[in-house]
Ligand binder design. Structure first.
Ligand code: C2E
Ligand code: MG
Ligand code: MG
Length: 625
């Protein structure tokens, strides 16, 4: 399939024994993976080669004559400042030793006795996918490194002339910026804020100050240490900056407190959207040293409406609003108003609103079709939760993370499973009886061990065929389940349902776990689809994932497919199942049923009037918006 011919990836094979080294090299070369195999017979030669080359994958014996594999990985990490995905031939007999290898940075391991060419091929493919993905993630860091290099060169050119000037401006910078994050400090913020205030008053524009305080950050510092705490802060800064304009000013005003200054604000709605985006960006786990850290923030906002507020006053009022957000249960935002502090009727937290929504039946499932890319038959649907309320219909990406903070996710998970199974029961003996239905399951439901009972009860109460039910779990579930009970997945499979990995490619699971867990479907994350077909990285990743799923005997489905060229690329690359706006957005059940019927009529009609091989080019008219 379409791996880019020009970009051969260098692979380093480190095996002591000469004849098996050559045997494995031949085996890898026969796999047509578009890799160039280099070889080494011991750890020190391997380290030298790693220093000279940019390897995309390492395949190595766990024990070499001069050192164990993990020492080579540590040296490689130090040298390239990133982890080179690696496959290790393990002799480690037990699970604990294998886990230790994973902790040392090994992406995958294979026992030499059990190694078949196919297994090795899949493992290398998976390592290559990881390499492609991490490369695309490193763009930001590379940009920073380039900047640093540039400034080093510039310094060298006009060193003498500039020395005094540089030292002065460095001092000035240090006085005005935070040492860890390089963000403006409080002093600098006040300077910016004064300018912005004058501008806003002159031009009668609005200005917003967001006071962002991380929730329970102290716990991170206390339990994981200050080094990890610092890295979490850097990651938080990076994420917040990713959600705002370059011209907006983000300052660090305390250990875990930040102030965001936004000029030319149009109204409260715009600020609400920004705060929600920040909370959403922070909700994704920060993974450091194999530890998934969950952060959230409480945000207080003050918007300059009248002309009399001073810079200090704006910050103070935003901070007051932030404390109110904390009182509301954290991971929330509050916009300052005069009666905020005096009023006894404070804003209900989103969490509380969600409680009410559950009680008042405001949570409802919508259905998005999954279509076979070759036959155009509708194979099934994904059930996606919607909050139906005229004043706050937040999307699930906002309210699910909030529900996950408390036990509320268990009640919501149960409701979703009940509604989905009831729907499958209603479709029984109708034209929709063969549709499969997938349901998203949160990692918290696994951690709190409710999911098996809930599935079992719902399946038996609604008396449905469990083969029609599919659970969508993210890689986070797999990652967090490593130390939990793996048999949960087997028990679920014993109920007869199938399991798919959602958002595949963005998480952190190792192929070993993919092989060990009983998954059926891999759902390729929308971030790899977005830039198809022009982006060669996305194409290479998609191609590798499809190879891998085929090798593992799993089904692949692509989500968030929005247009014809994405659809055609995926179909031609061999992806048989497609979901996304290209066919339909998620719909309420009655509209979904209508959509399926109309779609089927059109497929039947095309099949009748067109010869078989003409069905494919007619794709465009098979869509319904
Ligand atoms: P997900 O499971 O990966 O769902 C796919 C998301 O992509 C959905 O967003 C869907 O509406 C959206 N989508 C579908 N086609 C397209 C497309 O062509 N383009 C774009 N840009 N987006 C598309 P939604 O419904 O907002 O859900 C977001 C996430 O919230 C879901 O991601 C899932 O992780 C979570 N979620 C939704 N419903 C539930 C639920 O019942 N339980 C749990 N635990 N999580 C849920
Ligand atoms: Mg999903
Ligand atoms: Mg997804």
């Amino acid at each position: 399939m379409g791996t880019d011919k020009k970009r051969k990836v260098d692979l380093l094979l480190v095996i002591q024994d000469a004849s098996s080294r050559v045997q494995y090299r031949n085996m890898i070369e026969d796999m047509e993976l578009n890799v160039h195999v280099c070889m080494a017979d011991c750890g020190s030669t391997a380290i030298e080669k790693i220093a000279e080359n940019d390897f995309g994958c390492l395949v190595l014996d766990s024990i070499l004559p001069d050192m164990p594999a993990k020492n080579i990985l540590a040296a490689a990490r130090e040298d390239s400042k990133s982890i080179i995905p690696s496959v290790v031939f393990t002799t480690e007999p037990n699970e604990t030793d294998r886990l230790k290898l994973l902790e040392a940075g090994v992406s995958d391991f294979i026992s030499k006795d059990e190694c078949t060419p196919e297994l090795l091929r899949i493992s290398i493919l998976y390592a290559l996918i990881r390499n492609e993905y991490s490369k695309s993630q490193q763009n930001y860091e590379q940009a920073l490194v380039l900047l640093k290099h540039k400034s080093v060169i510039e310094l060298a050119i006009c060193k003498e002339k500039q020395e005094l000037k540089e030292a002065n401006s460095k001092l000035h910078f240090m006085a005005m910026h935070d040492a860890l994050t390089s963000l403006p400090n409080r002093l600098m913020l006040l300077e910016h804020l004064d300018h912005s205030l004058q501008y806003a008053k002159r031009n009668r524009t609005k200005l917003a100050v967001l006071y962002i305080d991380l929730d329970r950050f102290k716990l991170v510092n206390d339990s994981l240490g200050h080094d990890i705490g610092d890295q979490v802060l850097l990651s938080v800064v990076h994420r917040i900056k990713g959600q705002v304009r370059r011209s907006d000013i983000l300052a660090r005003v305390g250990g875990d407190e930040f102030v965001l200054l936004i000029d030319k604000v149009k109204g409260n709605k715009e600020i609400e959207i920004i705060t929600q985006k920040i909370n959403r960006a922070l909700a994704k786990p920060i993974v450091l040293d194999d530890e998934a850290i969950y952060m959230s923030a409480s945000i207080g906002v003050d918007i300059l409406e009248k002309n009399h507020q001073s810079a200090e006053m704006l910050i103070k009022r935003a901070a007051k609003a932030m404390y109110q957000a904390k009182t509301n249960g954290r991971n929330d935002y509050v916009i300052y108003s005069e009666d905020l502090i005096t009023s006894t009727v404070s804003e209900l937290s989103l969490n509380q609103k969600l409680h009410n929504a559950l009680k008042n039946n405001e949570l409802e499932l919508y259905y998005q079709p999954k279509v076979n890319s070759v036959t155009f038959e509708v194979e099934g649907a994904e059930a996606l939760l919607r909050w139906i309320n005229p004043s706050h219909g937040e999307s699930p990406s906002v309210f699910i993370p909030i529900a996950e903070e408390s036990n509320l996710i268990l009640d919501i998970g149960q409701l979703v499973m009940e509604q989905a199974c009831e729907q499958l029961a209603r479709w029984k003996h109708t034209i929709f009886q063969d549709l499969t239905l997938s349901v998203n399951v949160s990692s918290r439901q696994f951690i709190r061990k409710k999911v098996i009972d809930v599935c079992q009860n719902c399946i038996s109460q609604s008396d449905i065929d469990p083969r029609l039910l599919e659970l969508e779990v993210t890689e986070r579930v797999v990652f967090e389940s490593v130390n939990a009970n793996r048999s949960d997945f087997s028990k679920l499979k014993d109920l007869g349902l199938s399991i798919s990995i959602d958002d595949f490619g963005t998480g952190f699971s190792s192929l070993s776990y993919l092989k060990n867990f009983p998954f059926d479907v891999i759902k390729i994350d929308g971030s790899f689809i977005r830039d198809l077909p022009s982006d060669r990285y996305s194409k290479a990743i998609i191609s590798s994932i499809l190879h891998m799923t085929e090798g593992l005997g799993l089904k692949a489905i692509a989500e968030c497919v929005e247009n014809k060229s994405q659809f055609e690329h995926l179909r031609d690359a061999g992806c048989n199942s497609i979901q996304g706006f290209y066919f339909s957005k998620p719909l309420p059940v009655s509209e979904f049923e209508l959509w399926v019927q109309k779609h089927q009529q059109l497929v039947d009609y095309k099949r009748k009037v067109l010869p078989n091989n003409m069905l494919q080019p007619a794709t465009q008219s098979l869509r319904f918006q």
